[in-house]
Design a protein around this ligand. Sequence first.
Ligand code: ZN
Ligand code: ZN
Length: 383
Amino acid sequence: MSAVGKEKRKEPQKPESLSQVAAVVTDRIRVPWLWGGARKVDLSVIPPLILLPVLLHLAALHFLLGIVALIALPGLVLWYYYFTHRKKGKTLFFLSMALFSLAYMYFLFITEVLPRGDVGLAQLSVLTVGLFLTLAALFHAKRAPGVVLPNQEEVHSTVTYYSPLAERDHAINGGRQDMTMTAPNRGAGSWEESGEEPKESSQRNWCPACRAARPPRAGHCRICGICVLRLDHHCVWINNCVGQANHCSFLLTLVLFLLTSLYGISLVLQSVCPTQPLLTSLLYCPGVYSQHSTALCFTCAWYCSVVTAGLLHLLAAQVINVSHNVTEREARQALRDKTARRAYWGLVVDTGAYSLGFLGNWAEFMTMGDKLSPDSPARKDLV
Ligand SMILES: [Zn+2]
Ligand SMILES: [Zn+2]
């Protein structure tokens, strides 16, 4: 384990060779699986299991160490995020961090806060139900996000005309060959009938990697290697794309987590800092570092607060986007192309392209997942 840890720490210096070493180690470490056979263990699952308890216990020793640890932890996570994002690699680090944080916070609540006797059975039950509802919504959000399936007919009719993989990118950017072969299968509005050159928008609607014609608002995720209907973004925390099929569950996960987390934080602070008003106890709680147990609970309340603040910002951005019927991907694209109304430091990005009014946008958002049943013709129709 320590050897692996060393490799992980050195990784930034020699990312290529060490990634290969990690791949070999990952390939060799297998655990017996309940349903027979053995499964590979992704090493990126392990660091959060060590990092979180070590940093939280360290932070509980002194409030200055607490400040350092609570800055270092998000810093490390952000650094790792940009490191993996640059490589467009899939990693279980963030999902492991999210699930282990939930489990570890609940474990500490049971072992450190509950014995203090300030939390009743009803409060514990509410917290437990909140945790399980969050997990249920999270696993629901981990379903397929709504994958754009290549039309088999199109694939068969066009596959022989493709240039080799290495040249394909060039063919998309420069050539029109792929477009010519597939456009007739894409139904009404074909540019070929009029003999015109394909427009920029047509080019964007064809994914060479998936060999699929994308409906409007679909996008290709380079991390998952799939095209997703109404792609919002790739979420590292659920290790999945957020698209038409799971966007609603994703938002529900956020809401349930935030409610549970805020309730948990308030219970912990009321227990370890009973003399202070709830709103100020996070900033001023005299004597909390006199015992390691109370200091640990206080540190965990701070850790949850940092995570909660980050996710509140994400929820606000998501709610604003849904209210304007804009996806995160469209918002970024519109900001790049300067084609959107922008307000509040980029928190509000309104393209106006798909908006049906506030209620209409939310009604479409709540029902868009249902339009994806295999029998529904709306699979490709939803805009
Ligand atoms: Zn694609
Ligand atoms: Zn993805």
